[in-house]
Design a protein around this ligand. Structure first.
Ligand code: PMP
Length: 399
C-alpha cells in the first residue's frame, strides 16, 4: 500500500483525517526521500566537485549519479543536457535570459499560450523589456484546449521560440507536444516545454516529444523543495552564455578574462543543492518502482471519477473538459466564493487550492477571478474524492 510510504497522510487536521488534494502545488514525500536527506547530512555531507577527500568524492558521486538518474527518467541523450536549478521557475528564467542572449534579437517573436503559469510568462516579459522582443499568445478554446490552428497562424519567420506547458496546472489539459514540436520546428523555431505538471504524472521521453528544452520541479514529483531541472539539447546549451557567474561554472579565471566550464556546469554557479539532487533521484526511483504507467492510469481514473462526482453537484461548473486531461479538476460553485469553499472544506480536513493558481490571464479568459482546484497524486483514493464531493455538497447547502 503506497499510502503507508507517506507518513504525513496519516495525520489529522482539525481532528479529521487529512484529505490532501493540493498535489499540483506540491506533493507529499515518501519516507525514502526524507531518509535520503537525513542520511546524507548524517553520513555523506561534504561540498562536491572540489574536494580530494573521501566524503567530498562520495558526495560528488551521489550528485552525478542523480544527474544520470534524471537523464534516464526523461530519456535525454546525455548528462551534459541536465542542468540542476532551484525549480521550474528558475529553469525558465535561466532559459529566457540565456537563450534570449544567444538566439533572440529585437523584433524577434516568442509565442506563449493563454494557459501558461506566470513563471512561463513573466521571464519572457522581462526579456521583452531588455531586448525588445515581441510576445504573441496562443488562445485557448472554451473546452480548455490549445487552439492549434491559431498557433500555426501565429508562427512567422520572426518566431524564434515557443514556450508552452505540457499539462495545464488549472485545466489539466495535456497539450500534444509532439505534434506542436513538428509544427514549431517546420517554422525554424525552438520549443520549450514547461513540464512542471507532466513529469510527476506520466512517462516522459524528451526525444520522443521532440522538445528542445524541458523544465520541471522536484517538489511536485515527490522530491524536495529547492531543486529542479532544465533539460536542453546539447548543441543549443553550448551556444548559450552562462546565467550566473561564480564558483563551479568556470574553467579559468583571471581579471582579464574568464573561461567557462563544460556543460552542464557552465549553468551551475555556486555550490549546488547536492542533497536535493540525491533526494530528487530517490523520488524519481520511487516513482519508477511504482511504475509511471500505473501512476498515470490511477490518476486518470481519479480524474474521471472526480469529474463524474463533481459534475453531479448542482451549480458546480468544471473548467477544462479535454479528453486527454491529467490529475487536475478546477471548478466553481454558483453562489459560493472559491475562497469560502476552500476555507470551509479545510475545516473538514480537505486541502484544496483556491485562487488564480498563478494563471491570471487564464482566469481572465474564463471570466473569473478565481477557481477551486483539486489535484491528485499516486496516493489519492476514490474515497477521498467522495469526501470532497460530500464536503462540497455540505458547503453548498450553507449558502
Ligand atoms: N509551471 C507550472 C505549470 C506550474 O504548475 C508551476 C507550479 N505551480 C510552475 C511552473 C512553477 O513551479 P515552481 O514554483 O516549482 O518553480
Amino acid at each position: 500500500m503506497l499510502r503507508a510510504d507517506f507518513p504525513i497522510l496519516s495525520r489529522t487536521v482539525y481532528g479529521k483525517p487529512l484529505v490532501y488534494l493540493d498535489n499540483a502545488a506540491t506533493t507529499q514525500k515518501p519516507r525514502c526521500v526524507v531518509e535520503a536527506i537525513t542520511e546524507q547530512y548524517y553520513n555523506t555531507n561534504a561540498n562536491v566537485h572540489r574536494g580530494v577527500h573521501f566524503l567530498s568524492q562520495q558526495a560528488t558521486e551521489l550528485h552525478e549519479a542523480a544527474r544520470e538518474c534524471v537523464r534516464r527518467f526523461i530519456h535525454a541523450e546525455r548528462t551534459s543536457e541536465i542542468v540542476f536549478t532551484r525549480g521550474t521557475t528558475e529553469s525558465l528564467n535561466l532559459l529566457a535570459e540565456s537563450a534570449g542572449a544567444a538566439f533572440l534579437r529585437e523584433g524577434d517573436e516568442v509565442v506563449l499560450s493563454e494557459m501558461e503559469h506566470h513563471s512561463n510568462i513573466v521571464p519572457w516579459q522581462l526579456l521583452r523589456e531588455r531586448r525588445g522582443i515581441t510576445i504573441k499568445v496562443c488562445p485557448v478554446t472554451d473546452e480548455g484546449l490549445l487552439n492549434l490552428e491559431a498557433l500555426e497562424r501565429l508562427l512567422t519567420p520572426r518566431t524564434r521560440l515557443v514556450s508552452l506547458c505540457h499539462v495545464s496546472n488549472v485545466l489539466g489539459t495535456v497539450n500534444p507536444i509532439r505534434r506542436i514540436a513538428e509544427m514549431v520546428h517546420s517554422h525554424g523555431a525552438l520549443l520549450c516545454v514547461d513540464g512542471a505538471q507532466s513529469v510527476p504524472h506520466r512517462a516522459i521521453d524528451v526525444r520522443e516529444l521532440g522538445c528542445d528544452f524541458l523544465a520541471f520541479s522536484g517538489h511536485k514529483a515527490y522530491g524536495p523543495t529547492g531543486i529542479g531541472v532544465l533539460y536542453g539539447r546539447e548543441e543549443l546549451l553550448e551556444k548559450m552564455p552562462p546565467y550566473q557567474g561564480g564558483g563551479e561554472m568556470i574553467a579559468r579565471v583571471t581579471f582579464a578574462k574568464t573561461t567557462y566550464e563544460r556543460l552542464p556546469y557552465k549553468f551551475e554557479a555556486g555550490t549546488p543543492d547536492y542533497v536535493g539532487s540525491h533526494a530528487l533521484a530517490t523520488a524519481l526511483d520511487y516513482m519508477e518502482r511504482a511504475g509511471m504507467d500505473a501512476i498515470a492510469a490511477h490518476e486518470r481514473d481519479l480524474t474521471r471519477y472526480a469529474t463524474e462526482r463533481l459534475s453531479a453537484i448542482s451549480g458546480l461548473h468544471i473548467y477544462g473538459t479535454a479528453l486527454d486531461k491529467e490529475a487536475v479538476v478546477s471548478f466553481n460553485v454558483e453562489g459560493v466564493h472559491p475562497f469560502d469553499l476552500g476555507t470551509l472544506l479545510d475545516r473538514l480536513g480537505i486541502a484544496i487550492r483556491t485562487g488564480h493558481h498563478c494563471a491570471q490571464p487564464l482566469m481572465a479568459r474564463f471570466g473569473t477571478e478565481g477557481m477551486a482546484r483539486a489535484s491528485f497524486a499516486l496516493y489519492n483514493t476514490r474515497e477521498e474524492i467522495n469526501a470532497l464531493a460530500d464536503g462540497i455538497e455540505r458547503v453548498r447547502k450553507m449558502f
